[in-house]
Each structure stands twice: as structure tokens, then as C-alpha cells.
Design a binder for this molecule. Structure first.
Ligand SMILES: Nc1ncnc2c1ncn2[C@@H]1O[C@H](COP(=O)(O)OP(=O)(O)O)[C@@H](O)[C@H]1O
Ligand SMILES: Cc1cn([C@H]2C[C@H](O)[C@@H](COP(=O)(O)OP(=O)(O)O)O2)c(=O)[nH]c1=O
Length: 197
């Protein structure tokens, strides 16, 4: 089973993801962008470059996803493992959907979803850590171009569109709560997800 954690920068995904290692010691913990491949290195260069072309950046993130799928996600799922990914394809739909808003693409989010459809492995469930853009930007320290509050407001609106389109896949958790309460809610959500599997 593939479970993904999504949300704005600073929503607490990484904090939760790290805490879950102790709760599910047999699970495969992974992330996007990947941090152990040259594809991930290329993505991180694009994240840090204010002048990086948004369409080129989309394809770098998508290349990293393709490698992540074939190298990590599909083999682990084939072994029957529980895979927990800190960010996954919804991050592309929400973030690049926002960064390509003023491009020549008419419907950026639909275009990005279309690129993925032919090859991706959709998540079974997605836990969405919901936080307002101002809190997200403040918590994340605005260290990269994707972390400004105005941009995050657009990203959040895109996440809401994704949730509206597939309400059964998403579990929303209030990420403005203290970290231990967020973790409790995520653990409860995961228990229910696994009991239904
Ligand atoms: N529920 C929370 N309440 C307040 N601060 C939090 C909470 N969760 C995480 N943080 C803090 O916010 C910052 C970003 O958290 P992080 O887990 O890295 O978020 P993300 O991976 O979603 O960007 C960190 O300094 C972290 O300690
Ligand atoms: C996976 C992914 C991340 N991103 C962005 C979100 C983050 O601003 C940045 C790095 O992701 P990440 O390292 O997960 O950042 P954080 O822990 O702050 O949430 O890349 C995209 O724009 N598209 C994507 O497909």
C-alpha cells in the first residue's frame, strides 16, 4: 500500500514522517524530491535557482518521480511493503500547477496530471496536513521561491481542487495543532487506513 503525506511547506510533513519511523518500523520511508539520486540533485538546483524555467522545472520534478517510481516505489509495493512518501505526485499538481499558471498552458494542473497518468502509480491514500499559507510560510522560514505566502495560497487552492475531485483518497488533518496532536491524528488515520486494507 502506498500512503503519501502532502501539504504546504511548513505544514509539518517531515516532522510527522520522521516520527512515523518508530511507529511503522517495517515500512519503506521515502520522499520527493528524492535525496539519493542525481535526479533529485538536479531538482534541488532548480528549487534554489530563482531564474529556473517553470516548465523545465516541472520536467525535472517529473523525471525524479519516474526514477523514484522504478527504483523505490514499485519494487517496494511488489514486495508487499507499506510505502510512506513525504510528498509525491500531488505536489507537482499543486505546486507546478501554480507556478505554470501564467504560462502558455491553458490548464496547467490538468496538463501535469495528464503527463503523469500514463506512467505513475497513484497513492492509495493521501494524508493532507492542512495549514494556512501564512503559518506555512512563517514555519518554513521562506527559504526558497516556493515558500512565499501568496504562492502558497495558490498551491493550497490547487490541493483543495484535488481533494474535491477525489475525496475518498484524502484524509485531512488540522496541521495548525501542536505537533503531538498532529501526529496523533495522522497515526489514527493510518491505523484506519491499514485496518480497511
Ligand atoms: N504542528 C506544528 N506546530 C508548530 N510547529 C511545527 C509543527 N510541525 C512542525 N513544526 C515546525 O515547523 C517547521 C517545518 O516543519 P517540517 O516538518 O519541516 O514541515 P514540512 O516538511 O511540511 O515543510 C519546523 O521547524 C518544525 O519544527
Ligand atoms: C515534490 C515536489 C516539491 N515541490 C516543492 C515543495 C517545496 O517547496 C520544495 C522542496 O520540497 P521539500 O523538500 O519536501 O520541502 P518542505 O520539507 O519544505 O515541504 O519543492 C514542488 O514544487 N513540486 C514537487 O513535485
Amino acid at each position: 500500500m502506498l500512503v503519501t503525506l502532502e501539504g504546504l511547506d511548513g505544514s509539518g510533513k517531515t516532522t510527522v514522517w520522521e516520527a512515523l519511523h518508530d511507529v511503522y518500523p517495517d515500512a519503506v520511508f521515502t520522499r520527493e524530491p528524492t535525496d539519493d539520486s542525481w535526479y533529485g540533485d538536479a531538482v534541488n538546483r532548480a528549487i534554489g535557482d530563482d531564474d529556473a524555467d517553470p516548465l523545465a522545472t516541472l520536467f525535472l520534478f517529473t523525471a525524479d518521480h519516474a526514477d523514484h517510481l522504478s527504483r523505490v516505489v514499485r519494487p517496494a509495493l511488489a514486495e508487499g511493503d507499506l510505502v510512506i512518501s513525504d510528498r509525491y505526485s500531488d505536489s507537482r499538481y499543486a505546486y507546478q500547477g501554480a507556478s505554470l499558471r501564467d504560462s502558455d498552458l491553458k490548464r496547467p494542473m490538468e496538463y501535469i496530471m495528464g503527463i503523469h497518468a500514463a506512467f505513475t502509480r497513484p497513492p492509495d491514500k493521501t494524508i493532507y496536513l492542512d495549514v494556512d499559507p501564512e503559518t506555512a510560510a512563517a514555519r518554513s522560514g521562506k527559504t526558497n521561491k516556493f515558500e512565499q505566502a501568496a504562492y502558497l495560497a495558490e498551491v493550497r487552492a490547487n490541493y483543495e481542487r484535488l481533494i474535491e475531485a477525489e475525496p475518498e483518497r484524502f484524509v485531512r488533518v488540522d496541521a495548525t495543532q501542536p505537533p503531538e496532536d498532529v501526529l496523533d491524528d495522522v497515526e489514527a488515520a493510518l491505523e484506519e487506513i491499514l485496518s480497511e486494507a
